[in-house]
Design a protein around this ligand. Structure first.
Ligand SMILES: *Cc1c(COP(=O)(O)O)cnc(C)c1O
Length: 413
């Protein structure tokens, strides 16, 4: 074990753990007073990070196995990201869309190279905005006769009104309706349900290749290919939301590439900027040129700093061979979790560095807390599912330190 990993765990020192007094408690109290209550009060106040390690404001170290929700692809304070962002901030931080800038054009070209084929890119600041752009794009392309869109139960596409209208999780959507959009939800993974729902009046189908917020639920094999065929037959657009699954998360650049399909539109965000806010909506073929001049825009979207960060992420994934690394350590992670052999752990699912620990009881909040006490940050994404989505640079030794600690974490839950 490295010197640093020895500092992980054993947060038993009284008064030091977050929530037990000290600077963290003070900051959390101020958060509660100053911030809207939509997030509750998070349990830990973080101060800094390095690689896959983060430290809270009281100096406790944690192994970060959630990476800001599948965002911090290069971990924390990666030199390539620090250098790219610093250099761009010192050169040209912002232009607005009134002017062209080189990092933006280069990033668009780079993404199109990774995706293959003839596409066009629109940059945003977030995932929800990427899906808003996609929604407007398919509406623009479809015209008024195609009156509705199809999305999946359990799906998640973001919190703004358009993206929320597409989001299948009723508990977060329904309090905010009506949406002024005809969205029809189908059972995720059912080809028959999709075939029935998609007619000549359907403008588009929105799907995640794996439902991330839904608990890392992969589509059944062949589902995306069937969706492609169904959309082709009905003349509807296939929009694949790769906001969580993309940028190497599963060991390939984009998860839909595993199925050999070509979507009409894909959306990206999360890992793309490695922690800087950037998203993208990519349209292929006709969809790349469906927006006319003036149809859409964003003041900050794809600003030079965010684009420089994304270029650093893509370059580093390439140069450090991170796709193969994700596959290898991802398998180690899944095998190590499965080997925990505790009755609370029903099974592991997911791919690459994107794994769900499916519990036999709805105790994920307790597992998350026990993991945190042991020095590991994981995420209770559903009452019976723990999500693990660490930085793509996580080492085999770091994975091993978590899987070794897991039986004890489950025992203490
Ligand atoms: C996180 C996420 C979004 C929303 O992204 P934000 O940046 O939070 O707006 C949309 N779709 C999927 C699949 C996501 O995981």
């Amino acid at each position: 074990m490295s010197e640093r990993s020895e500092r992980i765990g054993g947060h038993g020192a009284p008064g030091l753990s977050s929530g037990e007094g000290g600077l963290g408690t003070d900051l959390r109290n101020r958060f509660e007073t100053a911030m809207m209550p939509n997030y509750g009060v998070p349990p830990v106040a973080l101060a800094r990070g390095e690689g896959c390690r983060v430290w809270d404001v009281d100096g406790n170290a944690y192994l970060d196995l959630i990476g800001g929700i599948a965002v911090s692809a290069l971990g924390h304070a990666h030199p390539a990201l620090v250098e790219a962002v610093s250099a761009q901030a010192g050169t040209l931080a912002h232009t607005s869309n009134l002017f062209v800038h080189e990092p933006g054009v280069r990033l668009a070209e780079r993404l199109l190279g990774l995706l293959g084929g003839d596409g066009r890119v629109f940059f945003t600041n977030s995932g929800a905005e990427a899906n808003e752009a996609a929604y407007k794009l398919v509406r623009r392309h479809a015209g008024p006769d195609r009156t509705y869109v199809v999305a999946a139960d359990g799906g998640f596409h973001g919190r703004t009104m358009g993206a929320l209208a597409l989001t299948g999780k009723a508990s977060i959507r329904e309090p905010f309706g009506p949406f002024g959009a005809d969205v029809r939800f189908v059972t995720y993974g059912s080809v028959d349900a999709l075939r029935e729902a998609v007619t000549g009046e359907c403008a588009a189908v929105f799907l995640e290749p794996t439902q991330g917020e839904g608990g890392i639920v992969p589509a059944p094999e062949g589902y995306l290919a069937a969706a492609r065929q169904i959309c082709d037959e009905a003349g509807a657009a296939l929009v694949i939301d790769e906001i969580q699954s993309g940028i190497g998360r599963t060991g390939v650049w984009f998860q839909h590439q595993r199925e050999g399909i070509r979507p009409d539109v894909i959306t990206l965000a999360k890992g793309l900027g490695g922690g800087l806010p950037i998203g993208a909506c990519v349209g292929f073929g006709d969809y790349g040129t469906a927006f006319g001049k003036g149809d859409h825009g964003s003041t900050f979207g794809g600003n030079p700093i965010a684009c420089a960060a994304a270029l650093a992420v893509l370059d580093t994934i390439d140069k450090e061979g991170l796709l193969d690394h994700v596959t290898a350590v991802g398998e180690q992670l899944a095998d190590g979790i499965a080997a925990a052999g505790h009755p609370l752990l029903a099974r592991v699912r997911g791919a690459g560095l994107w794994r769900a620990l499916v519990l036999s009881e709805p105790k994920s909040a307790d597992v998350e807390a026990a993991a945190r006490d042991a020095g590991f940050l994981v995420n209770a994404v559903k009452p019976d599912v723990i999500r693990v989505a660490p930085p793509l640079i996580i080492t085999s030794g770091e994975v091993a330190s978590f899987t070794a600690a897991l039986p004890d974490i489950l025992r203490k839950t």
